[in-house]
Design a binder for this molecule. Structure first.
Ligand code: HEC
Length: 129
């Protein structure tokens, strides 16, 4: 192998490694979550029950016009949760379940929501495209 080829090969390797680091993050989940198994209808009821609308504007939920937290309009296609956490179905479920564990000190309180409820709520949020 000539010197030039060796250098090229090394560059290619570096690029390949970089590529796998960059694409290691799951960017596809944010925009669909098609095979996500939560019950979005039940999730919408839970969103009303837990009063998320007191802090968030939420399309499709009556009187959900809070302005403490960000609007959840098109949350299904947002890249990051709270500007930090990759928006995937699992991360969204963890966020709803325990936002203080995911991002200590942020202004959304953890309110003892079960993982099942959090999953259904996430399924509803993923209908907001
Ligand atoms: C006491 C007010 C409050 C309540 C109640 C509340 N949230 Fe939040 N929520 C916030 C705040 C504030 C943030 C922003 C946190 C941050 O970015 O650091 C947030 C962030 C979020 C995010 C991320 C939004 C984004 O654009 O990144 C989602 C999703 C969310 N909340 C869903 C819910 C759901 C679902 C409920 C009901 C189970 C709920 N929240 C209840 C205050 C609240």
């Amino acid at each position: 192998m000539g010197d030039k080829t060796a250098i090229l090969m090394r560059r290619l390797l570096v690029l390949l490694c970089l590529g796998s680091v960059l694409t290691g993050y799951d960017n596809t989940a944010a925009s669909g979550a098609q095979d996500f198994d939560g019950n979005s209808r039940r999730g919408a009821d839970l969103v009303k029950q837990y009063g998320c609308g007191g802090c968030h504007e939420i399309p499709g939920i009556a009187n959900a016009d809070g302005n403490v937290g960000p609007s959840l309009r098109r949350i299904a296609t947002r890249t990051y949760i709270a500007g930090f956490i990759q928006n995937t179905p699992d991360n969204m479920t963890f966020w709803i379940e325990d936002p203080q564990r995911m991002l200590p000190g942020n202004a959304m309180p953890s309110s003892g929501i079960s993982q099942d409820d959090a999953r259904d709520i996430s399924a509803f949020l993923y209908t907001l495209k």
